[in-house]
Write a protein that binds this ligand. Structure first.
Ligand code: ZN
Length: 409
């Protein structure tokens, strides 16, 4: 904590750094320092390793649960405070919200109040969810900025799991300019370099990996409102390259680490006399909303194909029936939703429907009332090089058709 009260209810903030060390020590000796939330005595820490701060006694349970504060957390919180202050947002540091029993790092008052939580330490998903829901229920926009220690990028992929994937938000900036662009993003901040990084254009490759594009800037050239409306420059060529690369790997790589869902799906595919690696090119289509499903599009769309193309060809089906059949075969988790508490809700039905609408645009499915069936099935092909060429062609065609005729959600 950077804020404490004295016995006389005087508020002592360490953020302005107006108090010399000796004065603070003296003040602590005479009046003592107390937690402004639970009134328990707190220690003043004026070491050299971390920013000066206040800390509860070890094992003391405050009204608000808080994690031990690392040096990165303290200095990041301080930077973000000054940043919002300079932008005229009148931030309130560690402002206690008694009705929520929560004390965000920064509270930004206004017509649309917001809080900024700078999260460096690992927190359980339930804690993340309940804090976020607390703010949302009180009409406060929660914005989580993740500590750079949780930023894990390999090539074009970013890994987001646990609470870092729950911090994903949907940008208010719309409409989408490109059918493959994604409004989903997450922020990271590094206090040691003062660089804030927007990882945007998120599209899922697996449960924990996402294709993304990035923009990193010095905090001072960014503005706080951009936390909810980030600048997003989307490169379609880069996205398509990564997406096709992912499909190529799926066709060519020997699967060492399979999720339970992939294992079950591969087993189903072989039982139906098909090769998993030779899935048709219309399996594995991207759409920004598909981030709402835990499993990557390639897997759950493979089941749509197996069910509508192999098990029940020619029959008109509803999205709900596709999911129910997966449940019956023990693969219900293929359609498990990702927990994104900061994004508008989507249902698995809606997502399967979007995919079927994409298939209609590609001339592969047709629709009667709200039921669908596949009308074109490519001949079985086992030549990987031709399938890879198909992947590219189908993606290009999808892009072209959606550019002129986007899918309404
Ligand atoms: Zn306390």
């Amino acid at each position: 904590m950077l804020i404490a009260s004295t016995k006389n209810a005087e508020r002592i903030s360490l953020i302005a750094r107006v108090w010399p060390r000796e004065t603070l020590l003296q003040m602590g000796k005479i009046h003592g320092f107390y937690c402004p939330v639970c009134q328990a005595p707190v220690h003043l820490k004026t070491g050299t390793k971390r920013c000066w701060h206040f800390a509860h006694q070890p094992h003391h349970a405050c009204f608000v649960d808080s994690e031990p504060e690392t040096s990165a957390h303290l200095s990041g919180k301080e930077d973000l405070f000054h940043w919002c202050d300079d932008a005229g947002r009148s931030p309130q540091l560690e402002h206690y919200l008694p009705e929520l029993r929560q004390r965000p790092d920064l509270y930004l008052p206004g017509i649309e109040p917001a809080v900024i939580e700078y999260q460096c330490s690992m927190i359980p998903e339930e804690v993340f969810a309940s804090r976020s829901m607390g703010y949302l229920d009180a009409y406060i926009t929660p914005i989580w900025v993740i500590g750079i220690n949780h930023y894990h990028r390999q090539w074009e992929r970013i890994r987001l799991s646990g609470f870092t994937s729950m911090a994903i938000r949907q940008s208010r900036v719309s409409p989408e300019t490109h059918p493959f662009s994604s409004r989903y993003y997450v922020w990271f901040y590094d206090p040691s370099t003062k660089v804030i990084r927007c990882v945007h254009g998120l599209s899922p490759l697996s449960k924990t990996h996402f294709i993304s594009q990035e923009k990193s800037v010095t905090l001072s050239v960014c503005k706080p409102y951009q936390l909810i409306s980030p600048p997003q420059k989307f490169s379609p060529a880069q996205f398509k390259r990564y997406w096709l690369e992912m499909k190529k790997r799926k066709r060519q790589a020997i699967p060492y680490h399979m999720t339970r869902e992939e294992y079950m799906l591969r087993a189903q595919t072989y039982q139906l006399n098909h090769y998993f690696a030779c899935y048709p090119a219309f399996v594995g289509l991207p759409h920004h909303s598909f981030i709402h499903l835990m499993n990557p599009p390639l897997l759950w769309q493979m089941w749509v194909y197996l069910f509508m193309g192999v098990i029940e060809p020619k029959r008109y089906v509803m999205p709900r029936q596709i999911i129910e059949k997966a449940v019956q075969r023990g693969m219900g988790s293929l359609y498990e939703l990702r927990h994104l508490p900061l994004c508008p809700l989507k249902t698995a039905n809606q997502l399967v429907r979007i995919y079927l609408e994409q298939l209609i645009r590609l001339g592969i499915a047709e629709k009667m009332d709200d039921r669908y069936r596949l009308v074109y099935l490519p001949p079985k092909d086992l030549v990987i090089s031709r399938l890879l060429e198909d992947d590219r062609r189908v993606l290009e065609r999808l892009e072209e058709t959606l550019l002129s005729n986007p899918i309404k959600e």
